[in-house]
Write a new protein. Structure first.
Length: 619
C-alpha cells in the first residue's frame, strides 16, 4: 500500500498495529489463523516454519473459508504462544527454597464460615465441605510462600475443582505453623491468627567482587541461620538498605488474590515475639453471637402469646412468642463473669481426657447492635456526606419522636482466657431459654455449681451460624495489661508502599480487588438476598386471610399450636410441653466418661495386639 503505514496483510513486519485500519487487522488475523490451522492438522512430523517468522511461505489453503476472527481472540504477535490442541499444560515451575530467605510471621485473617467445615483440617477425614485450613494451605502453596518438608508442587495435582469427596492431606512440616482458635463447622472468624514461616523478598548477601561467579548468592538453611558472607561490608550495606516491611513481599495482596472472596487476610505481623505460638501465646479470645429480636416469626393477635415459666411450672399468658426478655438475658449473662468450672456448658471430648474445666470470663453481656454503625458504619463517618437520610419519625411539629425499628439485632459479647469445645454455644442456648421465659436467670449459677450439679443435663446447644470468633489477643507477657501487643501491618498500611508500587490495581485495601471492594461485593450480594427474602415474607403475610394479622382470635389456630423453643437457628423447635433443664436426663460424670473411653481404647489395643500375634504364628 503505497503512501500508507499499513503493510500487506500477509507480510512480516514490526509495525505498530495500533496504526492499522480495522479491515487490515482483520485480514492479518484471518491469514494467521489459516496458517495456524494448517500447521495443527499437518500430519508431517517435521516441524513447519513459524507463521510469523515466514508468513509468505506457501501453504495449502483450507477446504472451507476461515471464519471471521472473534473480537480480542489474541494479538498477532502472540500467535506463537497459542497452545496446540491436546498439548499437556505447562508444568508449574518449582522453586529452590535454598535460594530464598524465609521469615516467621503471624497472619490475621477473617472468614464467613457457612460454606466451610470449620477451621481445622484432619488428614484422612472425608468432609463434604472444605476446611478453612485447606484454602489457606492451597493459597500459600500456589504462591510458593511456604516450602513444606518433602513436598513438591505435584501435591497440588490432587486438589482439583470441583472438590471431590475424598480425604485430602495437608503438609505443614517445617513451616512452624500454629493457629489461635479452632472454629467449628459454620462458625465465622473476624480475627483468626496463625503463625507460619514464609518466603521473603530479602536478597541473599553477595560474595566479594572479583571472586568466581560474583553474582552468586549465599544460601540459608531451613533453620534460618545465614552463612557468613565473604565481604562483611557488602552484607552490612544490604542490611542497611533493606526495609523488612516496605521492601517485603505484599503478603496480603498475594494471598487475597488466591483465596476465596469470603476468606480475607487482614494483616500480618513482621516481628512476632520469640517463641511465638498462635495457640499458646494467645491470652484472650473474644466471641460474638448475633441474634434477632424477635427471635423467630411471631404469631399476631391473641394466638401469639406463650406461657412463661414460674418455678418450673408454666403459668400465665403474658409472654409474646418470638420476643426475648433482653434484661433477663443480661442478668443471666453477667453470672458467667469470673473463674468458673464450665463442665456443664461444653461438649466433652473424651479422647483428650480433660480434667480441668475452669476458665476465666472477663466480659459477658447482651448488647444492642446500632443499625447506624453496623454494618457499613464507615460510609457515615467523617469524609463522607450522606445524600439521603432514612430517619423514620411519628407525630408532627416539635413533638416528633423516633419510631423503633420493626426488628432489631442484638449480640452476646463474650471475652475470656480460653474456651472449651462448644462452650459458647452452650452458654447462648441457656441464655435463649431465659429470654423466652422458660428458665429463670438463676439457671446459670445452678449449672456453674458443680458441687450441687456435677452431671450435665442433656439440653440442646445453639446454632453455629451466628457465632463469630471476633478477635484473638496477644498481650505483652511481661505486663498485666490485656491489650494486644503484636505489631500488625494492616491492609493499606502506608509502610508497604514500596511493595505495592508495581500494582496497577492499587493498594491491598482500597484498590481494585482489595479487601474493601471484595468484602463490599460479598456484603452487597447477601444484603440483596436479605431484602428480597424480607419483602417476600411481607408479601406472603399480606395475602389471603387477614384475621390473624388483624388480631382476631382463631380457636383452631390456637388449639393446634405447638410449643416453640428458640435455640439460635433460623426456625424454632416445636414439640410437646417444655421440660426444664434441671429435669432433663443427666449425663454420666466426667470421670466416668473419661474412664470408659480409656477402657475402650485399652481393649482395642489388646485386640489389635492379639490379632497381630495370631498372624505372626500363622506365618
Amino acid at each position: 500500500m503505497a503512501g500508507s503505514s499499513e503493510p500487506a496483510p500477509g507480510a512480516a513486519s514490526q509495525t505498530d498495529y495500533s496504526a492499522w485500519s480495522n479491515s487490515s487487522l482483520i485480514a492479518r488475523i484471518t491469514e494467521l489463523e489459516r496458517q495456524l490451522h494448517c500447521q495443527t492438522v499437518e500430519l508431517n512430523p517435521q516441524p513447519s516454519p513459524s507463521p510469523v517468522a515466514n508468513p509468505t511461505a506457501s501453504t495449502p489453503a483450507p477446504k472451507s473459508p476461515p471464519q471471521s476472527p472473534k473480537k480480542h481472540q489474541y494479538a498477532a504477535d502472540d500467535i506463537t504462544h497459542v497452545r496446540a490442541p491436546n498439548k499437556p499444560p505447562k508444568k508449574p515451575r518449582e522453586m529452590d527454597p535454598s535460594k530464598y530467605h524465609t521469615r516467621f510471621i503471624a497472619l490475621k485473617f477473617a472468614y464467613l464460615g457457612q460454606r466451610y467445615n470449620g477451621l481445622e483440617h484432619a488428614n484422612g477425614n472425608t468432609t463434604q465441605l472444605p476446611t478453612i485450613e485447606e484454602e489457606l494451605w492451597k493459597a500459600l502453596r500456589k504462591t510458593r510462600l511456604i516450602f513444606p518438608t518433602g513436598s513438591t508442587l505435584d501435591d497440588l495435582k490432587d486438589w482439583k475443582e470441583p472438590r471431590e469427596a475424598k480425604p485430602y492431606t495437608l503438609n505443614w512440616e517445617g513451616c512452624e505453623y500454629s493457629k489461635a482458635g479452632r472454629t467449628d463447622r459454620g462458625v465465622s472468624a473476624f480475627g483468626q491468627v496463625v503463625g507460619v514461616k514464609v518466603r521473603s523478598a530479602r536478597p541473599k548477601n553477595k560474595k566479594m567482587a572479583g571472586e568466581d561467579d560474583p553474582g552468586r548468592r549465599t544460601t540459608m538453611g531451613d533453620g534460618g541461620k545465614e552463612e557468613e558472607p565473604n565481604n562483611t561490608s557488602t552484607a552490612m550495606a544490604i542490611d542497611d538498605t533493606w526495609d523488612d516491611i516496605a521492601d517485603e513481599l505484599p503478603y496480603i495482596s498475594i494471598l487475597n488474590g488466591i483465596l476465596p472472596e469470603d476468606i480475607r487476610v487482614l494483616a500480618w505481623c513482621p516481628h512476632p515475639p520469640e517463641g511465638f505460638d498462635a495457640r499458646f501465646s494467645c491470652r484472650e479470645r473474644q466471641y460474638k453471637y448475633f441474634f434477632t429480636q424477635p427471635a423467630f416469626s411471631p404469631t399476631p393477635g391473641p394466638g401469639g402469646f406463650a406461657p412463661r415459666a414460674n418455678d418450673g411450672m408454666q403459668t400465665g399468658a403474658n409472654h409474646r412468642e418470638g420476643w426475648l426478655d433482653i434484661e433477663a438475658m443480661r442478668e443471666a449473662a453477667r453470672q458467667f463473669v469470673g473463674v468458673h468450672d464450665f463442665r456443664n456448658f461444653c461438649k466433652l471430648d473424651t479422647s483428650k481426657q480433660i480434667e480441668n474445666f475452669e476458665r476465666i470470663i472477663y466480659h459477658s453481656d447482651i448488647e444492642l447492635v446500632d443499625p447506624r454503625n453496623t454494618p457499613l458504619g464507615y460510609v457515615t463517618q467523617e469524609g463522607f456526606q450522606a445524600l439521603e437520610t432514612s430517619v423514620v419519625e411519628a407525630g408532627s411539629g416539635s413533638s416528633k419522636t423516633p419510631v423503633p425499628a420493626a426488628s432489631q439485632i442484638y449480640v452476646f459479647s463474650l471475652q475470656g482466657s480460653a474456651f472449651l469445645w462448644h462452650q459458647v454455644r452452650h452458654m447462648v442456648s441457656v441464655l435463649f431459654l431465659v429470654g423466652q421465659g422458660l428458665e429463670k436467670p438463676s439457671i446459670v449459677s445452678d449449672l456453674l455449681d458443680i458441687s450441687q450439679n456435677p452431671r450435665k443435663p442433656a439440653y440442646f446447644i445453639a446454632s453455629d451460624a451466628p457465632l463469630v470468633l471476633w478477635d484473638c489477643i496477644f498481650p505483652n507477657e511481661e505486663s498485666d495489661v490485656r491489650k494486644d501487643a503484636l505489631e500488625w501491618v494492616y491492609a493499606g498500611d502506608p509502610r508497604q508502599t514500596k511493595s505495592q508500587l508495581g500494582n496497577s490495581k492499587g493498594n491491598s485495601k482500597w484498590g481494585l480487588g482489595g479487601v474493601a471492594d471484595t468484602l463490599w461485593s460479598v456484603w452487597s450480594q447477601r444484603k440483596i438476598d436479605e431484602i428480597l427474602a424480607g419483602s417476600l415474607l411481607d408479601l406472603a403475610i399480606s395475602q389471603g386471610d387477614q384475621r390473624v394479622v388483624r388480631g382476631e382470635s382463631i380457636a383452631a389456630e390456637q388449639k393446634n399450636k405447638g410449643q416453640k423453643v428458640f435455640y439460635g437457628a433460623n426456625t424454632p423447635r416445636t414439640g410437646g410441653p417444655y421440660i426444664p433443664v434441671m429435669q432433663k436426663r443427666k449425663l454420666e460424670l466426667v470421670e466416668v466418661q473419661n474412664a470408659k473411653w480409656l477402657a475402650s481404647k485399652q481393649r482395642k489395643t489388646e485386640q489389635a495386639a492379639a490379632a497381630e500375634a495370631s498372624r505372626m504364628d500363622v506365618e
